[in-house]
Ligand binder design. Structure first.
Ligand SMILES: Nc1ncnc2c1ncn2[C@@H]1O[C@H](COP(=O)(O)OP(=O)(O)OP(=O)(O)O)[C@@H](O)[C@H]1O
Ligand SMILES: [Mg+2]
Length: 258
């Protein structure tokens, strides 16, 4: 199974931010996406999820999950095809708890035929759902009290990131994009989040980890590291590329940085 990004260009307010991006992520692979601030990483993540703010170039865009072209699907339909995005700045949703959200997402997979399921795990009964939620929240050191509060409202930065990972592990998506999920995490939380990434990998999820730091990649080793500079993919390598960036920065790939 692959997520195929085929010649994707994206504009915001008539300015082209991403230029002709092609990338293939296979099941169970971890791809790290690195690049200077403003290079377009979050724009790529949002475009993959079908954020309507972004104008994608019709003719040249192809985003495929399995053999299905998802280019014209809305965000919720892309989620149903098995795509998951953990936002760089998770959005607060007053009145909606994490269990509410998860049950809704998992229930979407209940009625449609197998091929149309939201997530690639079978529908869960209420008690199975609660059991899994309890186990998974313990795994991520998330107090039960957090599950009664509104989504991303008044949680600390690190708590929000752990709640995002809890959702990903519960949903078992086909492909997951984590946009700076390692930012602002303490050392223990970082290891917990990395374990979540590895668990997803083991279950066959294809993963894009957008990050500025090598430290998460030490615990969740990437199969590939890509560099996005000024909206273009300029290099692909292995984990040693992340070490090189840590040492020398991005000046080799962009002339804007002194
Ligand atoms: N609505 C908008 N109109 C015009 N430009 C925008 C708009 N939103 C974002 N941009 C620009 O698009 C570029 C890419 O932003 P993006 O958030 O994708 O970068 P990023 O690589 O995720 O950066 P960071 O590492 O800081 O998170 C930036 O220069 C940003 O200022
Ligand atoms: Mg970003």
């Amino acid at each position: 199974m692959s997520l195929i990004i085929d010649h994707l260009s994206v504009s915001l307010n008539s300015k082209e931010i991403l230029h002709d991006i092609s990338l293939m992520i296979k099941s169970g692979e971890i791809h790290a996406l690195m690049g200077p601030n403003g290079s377009g990483k979050s724009t790529l993540a949002g475009s993959l999820m079908g954020n309507e703010t972004y104008k994608v170039k019709g003719e040249r865009l192809k985003v495929k999950v399995d053999d299905k072209d998802i280019t014209n699907l809305k965000t919720e339909e892309r989620a149903r095809e098995g795509l998951f995005l953990a936002f760089q700045n998770p959005i607060a949703v007053p009145g909606v708890t994490v269990p509410n959200l998860l049950r809704t997402a998992l229930n979407l997979s209940k009625n449609p035929p197998e091929s149309k399921r939201a997530v690639n795990n079978p529908a869960l009964s209420f008690s199975e759902f609660n059991k899994r939620l309890l186990t998974t929240s313990k795994q991520f050191n998330i107090p039960q009290e957090f599950l009664k509060r509104s989504l991303n409202e008044e949680f600390s930065g690190g708590e929000k990131k752990k709640l995002e990972m809890l959702q990903a592990v519960m949903l078992k998506p086909k492909f997951a994009i984590f946009d700076e999920i390692d930012t602002g995490l303490d050392v223990d939380a970082l290891k917990i989040i990395a374990r979540g990434i590895l668990e997803l990998k083991k279950n066959g999820t294809g993963i894009i980890v957008i990050t500025h730091y090598n430290r998460i990649l030490k615990y969740a080793q990437p199969d590939y590291v890509h560099i996005l500079a000024d909206g273009s993919l300029v290099e692909t390598g292995n984990k040693s590329l992340a070490l090189e960036i840590e040492k020398n920065g991005y000046k080799k790939w962009t002339n804007k940085i002194l």
